[in-house]
Design a protein around this ligand. Structure first.
Ligand code: NAP
Length: 224
């Protein structure tokens, strides 16, 4: 089997840490590079940790697959400019650098409602990133659009927790176009990302929350 190399952005986050765990355990990958702002505190023979400044990064690595789970909250970074740096400028710049370096696939966690013309700043930023990535000539681009992301967080996000509570209660009535608002566990997003990278097709694909949700079943296999 020809093994690949991967780059992960956001490996210290909820989705990114599940993703890193899966990639390090996967026989399909020989090396996993992470761009982080501080050490993860883990060691693994396949792991290459690069401490980077996401504001000024101009370097690239030799990998086939780039996974992006980077994302700030306005609460954590305080300003729209700082949010835009983490959720738009840095992922796009790294995507451009990696394309020039020969990467083939780009997989990104965006969000339900992403739309460059949205009146909501968060959705607009996510939509602008999606639109910009779609202009890049990757063999495959996979855009994952989760609704609320479930899983154990180190910090409290009370506004998000209220949203999750309401969304979980509403699951039984989420039908038709509302299915895309189904909350999904971070591990399911990570599993779905690795599946699509390693079974990739040429083109641009957008995967909504209700489809990602299927990956919450431990034995889920889309081919059976
Ligand atoms: N939370 C939700 O319910 C939800 C819903 C839909 C979509 N999303 C999107 O899904 C993606 C993954 O979400 P998640 O909840 O798994 O992420 P998360 O746990 O909040 O982790 C975010 C990652 O981004 C990094 N990051 C945050 N601020 C940064 C900054 N100023 N400079 C550099 N790195 C920074 C974090 O690194 P540090 O550890 O160094 O801070 C971490 O690795 C994000 O793009 C998010 O917007 C989230």
């Amino acid at each position: 089997m020809v093994q690949r190399k991967a780059l992960v952005l956001g490996a210290s986050g909820l989705t990114g840490s599940y993703l890193l765990e899966i990639l390090l355990a996967s026989e399909q990958y020989s090396q996993v590079t992470v761009y982080v702002r501080r050490p993860l505190g883990i060691s693994h023979p396949k792991l290459v940790e690069e401490i980077v400044n996401f504001e000024t990064i101009q370097t690239w690595v030799d990998v086939e697959d780039v996974y992006c789970c980077l994302g700030a909250t306005i609460k954590s970074v305080k300003t729209r400019e700082a949010f835009t740096l983490v959720d738009f400028e840095a992922p796009l710049r790294i995507a451009q650098l990696q394309l020039m370096a020969g990467s083939k696939r780009f997989l990104v966690v965006s969000a339900t409602g992403a739309n460059a013309r949205s009146s909501i700043f968060y959705n607009r930023t996510k939509g602008k990133l999606e639109d910009s990535l779609k202009q890049l000539n990757y063999s495959s681009i996979y855009i994952f659009q989760p609704s609320f992301i479930l899983g154990p967080r180190k910090e409290s996000r009370w506004l998000e927790e209220i949203g999750i509570f309401i969304a979980l209660k509403a699951i039984p009535i989420m039908r038709g176009k509302f299915k895309k608002y189904i909350p999904v566990h971070a591990k399911a997003i990570a599993r779905s990302m690795v599946y699509h990278a390693t079974n990739s097709k040429t083109g641009i694909y957008t995967i909504p929350s209700n489809i990602i949700k299927q990956w919450e079943k431990p034995d889920f296999n889309p081919t059976t």
